[in-house]
Design a protein. Structure first.
Lengths: 307, 443
């Protein structure tokens, strides 16, 4: 068997650099299926939006003259902050999140705990039932619930319960209800899965100590799924801050919902009117606000956890 | 994993630079001049976008009779048609022709989306062949021609004959009588509203202003002239505010919503101010009320008048970037003035913009849904007395949004509809200024 002659001292740096390059190339090769689409479909659109938000239109030759776009700086953002529609929209979605997220989480956790304490087959059936609404596309769900709310087609009104859920300020809770129905099941599955990871010896130990099922749920299960709860709060908050589908559909049946009811709608309707630069500024601002709120929440929660 | 975060940072930086470089664009030329409008040699294929149901049969007829031109129809969804067209223009793969409503033409011109076909022989006689006010709508007050008027949508008053007969109320002919009829009806049966007033239907308020001679949007030289708070416009707003205050109208019914159809069906509203195309919507949306509805002329501000206005209606527009403006103008002219295209437009509930339409047999055909009334003849009469000097704004989509948002506020009790007009005008000024357009406000 021939053995490779050991490399001469003068060859070592060259071989080492080749090896380093090869190892770098291998790493990039394995990771590029992630990073290339990430760059193209995540970084690039964000970069494009940021750039768009700094551009303005210059026109020469009158109303229908020649146009050119030029770099305007971040002045557009001042306009966004001064826009009363944006201000009321942000306030609205923050309040919406403050009310809807706790209700969603408490309800989903409660259902998950109940399912966890039920016989597996029964639990599996109910899990699927709760998850079904998630399969309904957002627009369809909003249209269906709209029909259930509107006086002329609502079974509630037919039964004599005359609450106007569409043309009054109750339209916000009405839309929150749709979100609960659609995403509750998704959160339930999240928590049920987290609960299956809890070692059952802990339950036995608690039972030996005399804990009731109620006590086990509150003092053993809940704390152990805390990370999942935190994650669910985060995702739900981000979702509610960016709510779009339900209010945009409700615009067609309600006289209370304006075109800038939520910041996401404001950006969308600005873009539909060919105001892409303003829409970009609103979108970026909304993203930053969402980021600050969710990051702030994480910091707050993780700070306390480190006891 | 040393090299990878650096890779990400480099990629992000590179992509941002590329985006920035691509974003600052060179000045775009205005709608292509009419200079080169010559027929092509050989067969030409054109792309046409439209949402009118059944228009494919019209296109087939055109293709059969024009061997050198082949039109490919793409049926688009009306709700997203303009958005898709704007996107296609940006992506530089727009069709040669598209159906664009009168109210949206200025927006397309603003985005340099139209081709001037005034120098094309097939449309040389267009002015004489279509209703005068429609010609102004497609030339946008200039010497250029951007589209051909296809159909018109005059306003009239749909009313429930059975309700008026039952309560012995005379069918109103003036707006003053309309209010009186509403009060009488409320006294006799408070559960029936005179009509609906929807915040999502901002365009209707503007068209009603049109009937009163208002010209809220105009062009003067290089500027846009806004006049949304003119006395004529304010009079209309105050009138409807009064109807709302007296609770004679139902403000909960949004246009095209299930509750609107239910109200048309159940007889919970006695009249409906609408354009000719609403007849098709009512037929399909409120089949239970067949035979109960009739059409009367729009109530007038002065007794004996016959003024109406247009609300809707579309054109066949020639889109910027078309390589065959001559053939496109042939098709556009055909859609507008040919007798072959006519029946298909009637079938979709429209009225022809062409002058010959006034003598078509379809106008005289009794409509079963309306108890045998010749409603198209009624609308045709309405189309004869429409102010020719009305224009739409170059950012009409935004203006309509601002107006409906402002009406939302008024209906919630914050201000009157006249205030809504003022608020809309302010926002419109800001919007146009942000697009570097000079605006003057008349009132």
């Amino acid at each position: 068997m021939t053995s490779m002659a050991s490399p001469k001292p003068s060859d070592r740096p060259r071989i080492a650099s080749v090896r380093r390059w090869r190892s770098w190339a291998t790493r990039v090769g394995f990771l590029s299926p992630f990073y290339i689409p990430f760059a193209l479909f995540f970084l690039l659109p964000i970069g494009y939006a940021v750039v768009q938000s700094t551009l303005g239109i210059h026109r020469s030759g009158g109303v229908f003259g020649t146009t050119s776009t030029y770099f305007e700086g971040f002045g557009q953002y001042l306009q966004v902050f001064a826009d009363p529609d944006f201000q009321s929209g942000i306030l609205r979605v923050v309040l919406f999140a403050v009310f809807q997220v706790p209700v969603m989480i408490v309800a989903s956790v409660a259902i998950a705990l109940l399912l966890d304490a039920t016989a597996p087959r029964v639990a599996a059936l109910f899990r699927s039932l709760y998850f079904l609404p998630y399969a309904v596309p957002g627009v369809i769900a909003a249209l269906m619930w709209g029909a259930l709310y509107v006086p002329d087609t609502s079974p509630l009104w037919a039964a004599g319960i005359h609450i106007d859920l569409v043309n009054s300020q109750l339209v916000l809770p009405a839309m929150a209800n749709i979100g609960l129905w659609a995403y509750g099941g998704y959160n339930v599955i999240l928590f049920v899965t987290a609960l299956t990871a809890v070692p059952t010896e802990l339950y036995e130990a608690a039972k030996i100590d005399g804990a009731s099922a109620w006590r086990i749920a509150l003092s053993v299960k809940l704390p152990l799924i805390r990370p999942t709860i935190v994650m669910a709060v985060l995702f739900n908050s981000i979702g509610t801050l960016q709510v779009f589908t339900e209010p945009e559909v409700f615009r067609t049946i309600s006289r209370v919902v304006s075109s800038g009811y939520t910041p996401n709608m404001l950006a969308f309707n600005a873009a539909v009117g060919n105001g892409y630069n303003y829409a970009a500024a609103v979108s970026v601002t909304l993203a930053v606000v969402t980021f600050i709120i969710s990051f702030g929440f994480l910091r707050l929660v993780q700070g306390r956890g480190r006891a | 994993m040393h090299g990878v975060p650096k890779f990400v940072a480099l990629a992000a930086a590179a992509l941002t630079l590329i985006t920035l470089a691509g974003c600052t664009s060179t000045p775009t030329p205005t709608a292509s001049a009419s200079a080169a409008c010559e027929p092509a040699k050989g067969k030409v294929t054109l792309n046409y976008w439209s949402w009118i149901p059944g228009i494919d049969k019209a296109v087939d007829k055109f293709n059969a009779t024009h061997p050198k031109i082949h039109v490919n129809l793409k049926t688009v969804v009306s709700a997203s048609a303009y958005q898709n067209l704007f996107n296609a223009l940006k992506a530089k793969n727009a069709p040669d022709l598209a159906m664009i409503e009168y109210a949206s033409l200025p927006s397309f011109r603003l985005q340099d989306g139209l081709t001037d076909i005034s120098g094309c022989k097939p449309v040389a006689n267009l002015k004489k062949e279509v209703a005068p006010w429609t010609y102004n709508q497609v030339t946008l007050g200039t010497k250029a021609l951007y589209a051909t008027p296809t159909d018109v949508a005059p306003l009239a008053m749909y009313y429930r004959k059975d309700i008026f007969t039952k309560y012995g109320i005379a069918v109103p002919t003036t707006w003053a009588q309309y209010e009186e009829a509403g009060k009488e009806l409320k006294a006799k049966n408070p559960s029936i509203a005179l009509t609906s007033f929807s915040s999502g239907d901002a365009g209707l308020l503007l068209s009603l202003g049109w009937q009163n001679g208002a010209r809220p949007f105009g062009y003067s030289g290089e500027k846009v002239v806004l006049d949304m708070t003119s006395p004529a416009m304010t009079k209309v707003a105050d009138y409807w505010q009064n109807l709302v205050d007296e609770k004679l109208v139902n403000t909960d019914l949004q246009i095209f919503s299930p509750q609107q159809y239910a109200a048309w069906n159940n007889g919970t509203i006695a009249t409906s101010i609408g354009a000719v195309w609403q007849s098709a919507v009512m037929e399909s949306g409120a089949p239970g009320a067949k035979g109960d509805w009739a059409v009367a002329p729009l109530p007038q501000w002065t007794a004996g008048g016959s003024a109406s206005a247009n609300y809707g209606g579309a054109t066949t527009a020639v889109i910027a970037g078309t390589r065959h403006p001559y053939e496109a103008s042939v098709f556009a002219d055909w859609m507008s003035t040919s007798k072959t295209a006519g029946p298909f437009i009637y079938a979709a509930g429209g009225l022809l913009a062409a002058n010959h339409g006034s003598t078509d047999a379809e106008i005289q055909a009794p409509q079963a849904y309306f108890g045998g009334q010749q409603i198209f003849a009624e609308f045709e009469k309405a189309s004869r007395n429409i102010d020719t000097g009305f224009s739409w704004a170059p950012d009409q989509t935004n203006v309509n949004n601002y107006l409906s948002d402002a009406v939302v506020k008024s209906l919630a009790g914050n201000g009157t509809l006249a205030d809504a007009l003022g608020a809309t005008q302010q926002k419109a000024v800001a919007d146009l200024t942000s697009q570097s357009i000079e605006v003057t406000v008349k009132h």
